[in-house]
Write a protein that binds this ligand. Structure first.
Ligand code: DX5
Ligand code: ZN
Length: 217
């Protein structure tokens, strides 16, 4: 079986008691903490940025997986790395010089990943896939937690898995948005490695249990 990882998205955490949620993740079977940065330009919402990541990194025992939903990511790569990012994901739709951006992230000594919006095809990765550590497939339109999973994602993941195998690579596939037990199971079956999940984990009586259950398949 392929490696399977869970990355809880703290976009759905309780910001009045964030330490408690980070400690829950520290004690859980989760592998990473997913950190959603939104600028109100590329996506119609604003979340959090560099100072909060820096504080989180002092108490998180899990690597910080930073998802940049921002129109111009290049100037922010070093600040996010210095604030504690272990991975930086940029959107293909925001990077006219994606090869340069990915190499620049790698030069900082961290993982470099690219994200595709639901309407962006897998074929657009053909020339960049061998350079990235991970591809993040959006299974909702980015900007908000708690949205409904887009069904076409399963075939997209399967197609990407084929591309990765056919090029002899070991690129990770991460999926983000609308993930619960049912969609999560089918995504792992389709070839995903990393599931990001926000509301399903945090809007629950027992978030740690939900994390473990997502890994049961
Ligand atoms: C959406 C974000 C997601 C979000 C997922 O733009 O990128 O990471 O937190 O939330 P759920 O799991 O609630 O769909
Ligand atoms: Zn995300």
């Amino acid at each position: 079986m392929m490696n399977r990882y869970i990355a809880p998205s703290i976009l759905s955490a309780n910001f009045l008691d964030l330490r408690k949620d980070i400690e829950m993740i520290n004690q859980s079977e989760a592998h990473w903490i997913h950190y959603d940065v939104m600028d109100g330009v590329f996506v119609p919402n604003i979340s959090f940025g560099i100072p909060i990541l820096k504080q989180l990194s002092t108490i998180s025992e899990k690597p910080l997986d930073v998802h940049l939903m921002i129109a111009d990511p290049d100037p922010y790569i070093i600040p996010f790395k210095e604030a504690g990012a272990a991975n930086i994901t940029v959107h293909i739709e925001t990077c006219p010089h994606l090869n340069r951006t990915i190499n620049f992230i790698k030069e900082q000594g961290i993982m470099a990943s690219v994200c595709l919006n639901p309407h962006t095809s897998i074929e657009s990765l053909e020339e960049i896939i061998s350079v990235v550590d991970m591809v993040l497939i959006m299974s909702v339109n980015p900007g908000f937690g708690g949205q409904t999973f887009i069904e076409a994602t399963y075939s997209k993941v399967a197609k990407l898995r084929k591309m990765i195998y056919s090029q002899g690579l070991n690129t990770l596939i991460e999926v983000d948005g609308g993930i619960n037990m049912e969609t999560g199971k089918r995504l792992f079956e389709a070839g995903a490695n990393v599931l990001v999940s926000g509301s399903y984990i945090f809007h629950s009586e027992n978030p740690g249990k939900r994390i473990s259950e997502l890994l049961l398949f």
